[in-house]
Design a protein around this ligand. Structure first.
Ligand code: PAF
Length: 281
């Protein structure tokens, strides 16, 4: 495994790799979720390239950019055990020699749901994703389904800007209870964790309902009611969205076919998100 810190070193290292490349982009502090992306990438290409970079552009002033965990040494030790050919951990001054003047406009989907409270976040994400894909030139790039809105925006950017890469997703990993794995689950008390299980359970119940003919609006209302019934849960949003564009479908029109049910809720003081694809008749 080779680690490079600059565009020039990256270029030289890429020239030494033969065969196909799959990219996994991370901000470091690697956990099991990242490793599942690395494993899927390893199945899909001859060489896995992992980027590790805490991208300042996706943090707004007052967010946790400074305190975001940085543990490059531990991350590299972990990746050494996972068949990774190349790690690109760019230096700030090399990746952003000055504040970029040309910006990616992610469009309306970046301003709804997760983007409502973080209006500049997705533009920052797309800026770094576009840069690293352009630099690494992988055939495939892997992102988690857990961050479904980010994934949809990256897919839309790849399609709308004709990026020569296949965007691949890796399913959400869940505990036996259905709770989506997240590093934030560690903040939950035992009682809160039990409450948090309602999130995935309400999504799975809605999927069963859809199979029995429940419509999207009714499914959304049922999920909201299930969450509202638990005093530890404060719902931020529940919606059915187009799985490709992420535009909100419920309340707008009749939904037939695939939709993604997405939700965000605070359990105690921990904000959690989850999503599930559902087929509405
Ligand atoms: O999902 C993340 O960790 C980040 O948003 C990403 C895709 C690595 C871009 O910085």
């Amino acid at each position: 495994m080779k680690t490079v810190r600059t565009k020039a070193e990256l270029k030289a290292a890429l020239a030494g790799l033969s065969g196909t490349r799959a990219l996994v982009m991370t901000m470091g502090a690697l956990h099991e979720g990242h490793l599942s992306l690395v494993r899927e990438a390893a199945k899909a290409a001859d060489n896995v390239c992992v980027s590790i970079y805490v991208n300042p552009l996706q943090f707004a002033p007052g967010e946790d950019y400074e305190s975001y965990p940085r543990r490059l040494g531990a991350d590299l030790a972990l990746l050494e055990q996972h068949n990774v050919a190349l790690v690109y951990a760019p230096l700030d001054e090399d990746i952003y020699p000055r504040t970029p003047l040309v910006r990616i406009d992610p469009g309306p989907v970046a301003r709804i749901l997760e983007g409502k409270t973080r209006p500049t976040h997705f533009a920052g994400v797309l800026q770094i994703v576009h840069k690293v894909i352009s630099l690494v030139q992988p055939q495939k790039a892997f992102f988690g389904q857990k961050d479904a809105q980010q994934l949809a925006l990256i897919r839309t950017m790849a399609a709308d800007l004709d990026l020569p890469v296949e965007i691949c997703s890796v399913p959400i990993r869940r505990e036996a209870s259905g709770l989506a794995l997240s590093s934030r689950n560690a903040y939950l008390s035992a009682e809160e964790k039990k409450a948090a299980e309602t999130l995935s359970q309400s999504l799975f119940a809605a999927r069963s309902g859809a199979a029995a003919g429940l419509g999207a609006d009714a499914a959304v209302e049922r999920i909201k009611a299930a969450l509202a019934a638990n005093p530890l849960i404060e719902t931020d949003y529940v919606h059915a969205v187009d799985p490709d564009t992420f535009l909100i479908l419920d309340g707008e029109k009749q939904v037939h076919g695939r939709a993604l049910l997405v939700l965000a809720a605070r359990v105690g003081s921990t904000r959690l998100i989850d999503n599930l694809e559902v087929d509405f008749r």
